[in-house]
Design a protein around this ligand. Structure first.
Ligand code: ATP
Length: 322
């Protein structure tokens, strides 16, 4: 069975009880387990796949909550470690009237950033495996070094590497260093997932088409481009392109939509008997249709993991549209 390993932060998102209020004025928050790598691992597991999260939590109630939630979603937690040296990361969120977000992060550093490269030593990867990572945990830390170790090990094993930068500007004081860091990790990946909101920051290029082309450096063979309510595109190295317009739904909270989307893409890649590249070259539009459905459905409820649909719910949603 093809396995998914996601790497990076698992944290508690404090979601506001009301929309349309600035973060400083929010009166009450609801704790929800989040962090993009955790959301992606949970999506693949809820859809029926095998996923492992590589992270570290504090020895605190929020760490316990994350472990319980991930186990409840079916994520394999044997590579999640705990430390007394730092607390589990927290993120406070406000939502505008359309469900878009503003963040304030509490991680100075959080337990995930202390995850050491040696913690990768005991993990065996194979050519069928997929490693997915984001940029939030690429700040200068042991966790960044652990990413480099995991990427090197996955490459040696012949597996597939997916980088989903998931830009969170408030986390980096030095925006140029952030851009440089993201750009330095892009050539290490086989597949890049970016959104229309972040591609200009990542590449420094205004023109969208030119910016997408600029992502094809190093090992990159596929770019997956998401456009919020307007769906998504797959662009292959040979310039083949597929697009799907997405679905119109009543959006409540977009937290985790991109993570659910890429988790669903990965799910389709693991179900296929072919390589990820061939699967996207042969069935790109079908993969996007499924992933757009999962992404759209996730926006219909509050929270990230708690709003991920299972396969039956996705099939019912897609079937109801025909
Ligand atoms: P995130 O908000 O998690 O950071 P992202 O910016 O990475 O997401 P988006 O492009 O916003 O990615 O969304 C990913 C996918 O989720 C879209 O391609 C689409 O399929 C779905 N999606 C997101 N927002 C909406 C929406 N308002 N209505 C319908 N589908 C949506």
């Amino acid at each position: 069975m093809k396995r998914l390993f996601t790497m990076g932060e698992a944290l508690i998102d404090f979601i506001p009880e009301e929309k349309g209020t600035k973060l400083k004025d929010v009166g009450g928050f609801e704790p929800q387990v989040g962090g993009a790598p955790a959301n992606v691992a949970a999506t693949h597991a809820i859809l029926g796949g095998e996923s492992f999260l590589l992270t570290q939590l504090g020895v605190d109630a929020f760490g316990d909550k994350i472990l319980d939630t991930l186990e409840g979603a079916g994520v394999k937690t044997e590579y999640i470690t705990r430390t007394q040296q730092a607390n589990t990361g927290l993120a406070f969120v406000s939502l505008d009237d359309t469900g878009n977000r503003d963040f304030s992060f509490y991680r100075n550093p959080s337990a995930d950033l202390l995850y050491h490269p040696s913690q990768i030593d005991g993990i065996e990867f194979s050519a069928d495996d997929i490693l997915h990572f984001c940029s939030v945990d690429l700040v200068e830390s042991d966790m960044k070094l652990a990413h480099e170790a995991a990427i090197g090990k996955m490459k040696t094993a012949g597996g597939t590497i997916i980088f989903d930068p998931n830009i969170r500007l408030p986390l980096w004081e030095d925006k140029a260093a952030y851009q440089e860091t993201v750009q330095s990790f892009i050539p290490m990946a086989d597949i890049i997932k970016v959104s229309d909101e972040e591609i200009r920051f990542i590449t420094g290029i205004e023109d969208e088409k030119k910016a997408i082309s600029a992502l094809f450096t190093g090992n990159v063979k596929v770019v997956i481009f998401t456009k919020g309510p307007d769906g998504s595109e797959v662009i292959l190295k040979d310039n083949t392109m597929f697009s799907h317009p997405g679905y119109t739904v009543l959006t409540v909270d977009t937290t985790g939509a991109g993570d659910a989307f890429i988790g669903a893409v990965i799910h389709k890649l693991t179900e296929s008997g072919s390589s990820p590249y061939s699967t996207l070259a042969e069935t790109g539009r079908e993969v996007l249709g499924f992933a757009n459905a999962v992404g759209a459905m996730t926006t219909m409820k509050k929270g990230a993991i708690s709003s991920i649909p299972d396969k039956h719910e996705v099939e019912t949603f897609m079937g109801g549209l025909q």
